[in-house]
Design a protein around this ligand. Structure first.
Ligand code: HEC
Ligand code: HEC
Ligand code: HEC
Ligand code: HEC
Ligand code: HEC
Length: 232
């Protein structure tokens, strides 16, 4: 009897931890970083494009974290950066003239840290937030080139001060989208239909009445569900 009860208990626990309760995250989950770098200030208020800083997202597995040099390009007057933004950011560089007024003190502290990293040639030891296990791989470029937006997976980063993990990153989350079960915006869906190499390959096989095309899994499928595509 106790055994039956404990099995029921485990099943209920598993259900509560799994499908019944959607993954949730909030801003409190975001770790403190070595410099108080705010996405809201950069990608939100100042509308700096995500890929200005994460510039390998459409070329490699990793989206990439910008170097100190890229920060300095905007924050140290005279370096090369888009002019409008540089004009603004140059003001933010810690000068005696700016040592008054709202928020200036905090900014000076954070700016000093940035300049110290720059002067010593040390990279900023940013705390990594998103990480799937080593046995799985996630190619950013395949997703960006298919037309998916960063926010579909990472949430409203432009409104976040500290970045937090928005999606579960569990295997079921990956598979649901690959199977076409996760709803996307009309714009993203149209783009994926047109650009996914999987969708194009299946359509081509179906045209030649190749049995692999005929058997093609689900009508809304967007990407492969082969184990080897995602697992090493
Ligand atoms: C001015 C440069 C800059 C811009 C613009 C920028 N980021 Fe970032 N991003 C960073 C830096 C630096 C970090 C590492 C520190 C941190 O996590 O806040 C980071 C971290 C992240 C992370 C977490 C990485 C991890 O460790 O898992 C995500 C996700 C992210 N950015 C997405 C975005 C998105 C989406 C946009 C556009 C809406 C964007 N970023 C715009 C510089 C930038
Ligand atoms: C494309 C230009 C650009 C780049 C690149 C950039 N910043 Fe900024 N940053 C700005 C602008 C614009 C502001 C807002 C300045 C203001 O409001 O006075 C800002 C503000 C800040 C602030 C103060 C935020 C506040 O309001 O308290 C910090 C800290 C900061 N940036 C750090 C960084 C770091 C670290 C990097 C590199 C990962 C970086 N920035 C890269 C343009 C940039
Ligand atoms: C289809 C979902 C998806 C999309 C779209 C996506 N990401 Fe990611 N991102 C992930 C996953 C999953 C990870 C963890 C990858 C890992 O651990 O290897 C991640 C990790 C990151 C990281 C930290 C590690 C790294 O790759 O350097 C950054 C920064 C990041 N994403 C930024 C972005 C930006 C910017 C965009 C848009 C240009 C974007 N992501 C689009 C799912 C996504
Ligand atoms: C679209 C990508 C994707 C595909 C396809 C995929 N996986 Fe995974 N799998 C992942 C990711 C990401 C993780 C790590 C996150 C997690 O554990 O949920 C994972 C985790 C796992 C784990 C470890 C689970 C755990 O609890 O530690 C096993 C076992 C596994 N996958 C087997 C498979 C098999 C077998 C297939 C083929 C039928 C497959 N996967 C197909 C992405 C994928
Ligand atoms: C929001 C939808 C979405 C999510 C979430 C998503 N993917 Fe994808 N994935 C796609 C699309 C669309 C493609 C492009 C398919 C193509 O071009 O063939 C793709 C392609 C891939 C590819 C390349 C497949 C190939 O044929 O080479 C891999 C590997 C992959 N995804 C792994 C993952 C993993 C691992 C996760 C979860 C951590 C994940 N994806 C989450 C939509 C998604």
């Amino acid at each position: 009897m106790t055994r039956v009860l404990s099995i029921v208990g485990i099943v209920l626990l598993a259900a509560a931890a799994g499908s019944c309760r959607p993954y949730s995250a909030d801003e409190g989950d975001g770790p403190d970083q070595p410099i108080a770098f705010y996405h809201k200030v950069h990608a939100g208020d100042n509308k700096i494009p995500c890929q200005y800083c994460h510039y390998t997202a459409d070329k490699s597995l990793d989206a990439g974290i910008p170097s100190v040099q890229l920060c300095v390009g905007c924050h140290v007057p005279g370096s090369s950066a888009p002019t409008a933004q540089r004009a603004q950011a140059a003001l933010a560089f810690p000068t005696a003239a700016r040592d008054t007024g709202r928020g200036t003190k905090e900014w000076r502290g954070e700016a000093t840290k940035l300049v110290d990293f720059w002067r010593s040639g040390q990279p900023v030891p940013w705390v990594r937030i998103h990480k799937i296990p080593d046995h799985a791989k996630f190619p950013h470029y395949m997703h960006i080139n298919a037309g998916l937006k960063c926010q579909t997976c990472h949430g409203p980063v432009q409104d976040m001060k500290k970045v937090y993990q928005f999606s579960s990153l569990r295997m079921g989350w990956c598979i649901d989208c690959h199977r076409g079960e996760t709803p996307l915006s009309a714009e993203e869906d149209a783009s994926v239909r047109a650009r996914s190499s999987y969708v194009r390959r299946i359509a081509a096989l179906a045209q030649t009445s190749d049995v692999r095309g005929q058997k093609a899994t689900r009508p809304r499928q967007r990407a492969t569900t082969d184990c080897v595509a995602c697992h090493y």
